[in-house]
Design a protein around this ligand. Structure first.
Ligand code: 0PR
Length: 388
């Protein structure tokens, strides 16, 4: 028996008091998060694999096999039969891996500073990636719809262009760039194209499947080299679950590092020791829900987004910035500063986020947000605006 400093009762009471301070998704009050309450089946699977380590995959052969199966499923979801990649910690790590692979490819025949073309709507993880990898950023302008202006894209390409980044579900507005057109430009100029579908990757395929949208964003587009898609966003997996897929194994192989003393002597991830638990959670979710289950979940949130959008548009003095394409809505209010409105909403218990260009309140309607929460939110909003 080891000596203990405190008994279990004390430990768990303390833990409970920390937990009490947290917001919960169940409250329906978190309206600005791209994460959501993990699905029970995912949690069950997660618990089964907490001692696994994909960083030493030879010890955990079943877990490694499971990761391969998850990657194959995601590859098929994104219209490829041979894409390869990993389940990682999130969209940030996935985006850094893509930028890293693109840099190594660029450096095979160019010694100049690599340039990355990206829109200002790109997530700040690209700022991290560009800073860590010493990449120069070139900002491609947006069109009136807050999407990459494809007519301006070709002018941004130089001999030193390392990659173009396009977004399928932008952080601020949930908008999808014209990836079909961008892919054509990337392909004809022989430039690496990374699609950040951290949010949209677990939404768009299911909307397309139900014929609700016809958005081309994946490996069907010939010029797309890699895609980020996160199970811990609309995939309903617990954090930390991101996904990175490369069109061909040769791209992933650029990241290979020898680990000669381990059971698998090569690693192609940034992280060394890494859990298999989120891979198990993702495996369980994909195989449990399949296309129809996910389509139902996604449609629920998209329909609620449509409902909220229509209600907001009917409200006096409310301006919705752009018609939502996925599950994100940004709006502001005449004669009321966004930070004031955010503060008033905060006082009423709502946790919303905001966009910057233009300033607006941002709502992300994840599956934990239900119609009754939205109705209550809208009524509080009405009251705040009425009293302004
Ligand atoms: N790419 C896009 C398009 C994103 O929106 C995000 C994060 C990332 C990449 C990075 O993903 P990770 O955060 O998994 O590394 N988007 C969310 C956001 O900034 C992250 C988030 C999630 C923030 C939940 C707050 C929150 O409560 O809104």
């Amino acid at each position: 028996m080891f000596k203990k400093t405190h008994d279990q009762k004390y430990i768990f009471e303390k833990l409970e008091s920390f937990h009490q301070m947290d917001m919960t998704y169940d409250s329906g009050r978190i309206l600005g998060s791209m994460c959501t309450k993990p699905d029970p089946i995912a949690l069950e699977a997660f618990r089964m694999f907490t001692e696994t380590n994909l960083g030493d995959g030879g010890l955990f052969k079943g877990t490694s096999m499971m990761e391969d199966e998850v990657i194959s499923s995601l590859s098929r979801l994104l219209h490829s039969s041979e894409a390869c990649g990993h389940i990682v910690t999130g969209g940030t790590e996935a985006n850094i891996m893509a930028m890293c692979a693109a840099k190594y490819i660029f450096q095979e025949d160019n010694e100049d500073t690599p340039e990355v073309i990206l829109p200002r709507t790109a997530h700040f993880s690209f700022k991290k990636a560009c800073s860590m990898l010493s990449l120069k950023t070139v900002e491609v302008p947006l069109n009136d719809e807050y999407k990459i202006d494809t007519t301006a894209l070709e002018d941004c390409i130089t001999d030193n262009t390392m990659a173009i980044v396009a977004i399928a579900g932008s952080t601020e507005f949930g908008l999808v760039d014209d990836i079909h057109e961008i892919s054509k430009i990337a392909h004809s100029n022989d430039v690496y194209l990374h699609v950040d579908a951290a949010l949209g990757g677990f939404i768009i395929p299911f909307l397309n499947y139900r014929n609700k949208t016809r958005l081309n964003f994946d490996f069907k587009c010939k010029g797309v080299s890699s895609i980020t898609l996160d199970p811990h966003k609309m995939g309903l997996a617990p954090v930390p679950a991101g996904g990175i897929l490369f069109r061909e194994k040769k791209y992933l192989d650029k990241l290979a590092i020898d680990a000669p003393y381990l059971t698998k002597n090569v690693q192609t991830t940034i992280v060394g020791t890494r859990t298999g638990a989120t891979t198990a959670a993702t495996w369980a979710l994909i195989n449990y829900y399949g296309m129809d289950g996910y389509a139902d979940i996604v449609e629920g949130s998209i329909n609620l987004t449509g409902y909220t959008y229509n209600k907001l548009r009917q409200m006096k003095n409310v301006n919705v910035i752009v018609k939502p394409e996925l599950n994100v809505i940004a709006f502001n209010v005449d004669d009321m500063k966004v930070n004031v409105l955010k503060e008033e909403l905060f006082k009423k218990g709502w946790r919303v986020s905001n966009t910057v260009k233009p300033y607006a309140i941002r709502l992300v309607l994840m599956p934990h947000v239900k119609r009754e929460h939205i109705d209550e939110f809208l009524s509080d909003l009405e009251e705040i605006i009425g009293g302004s």
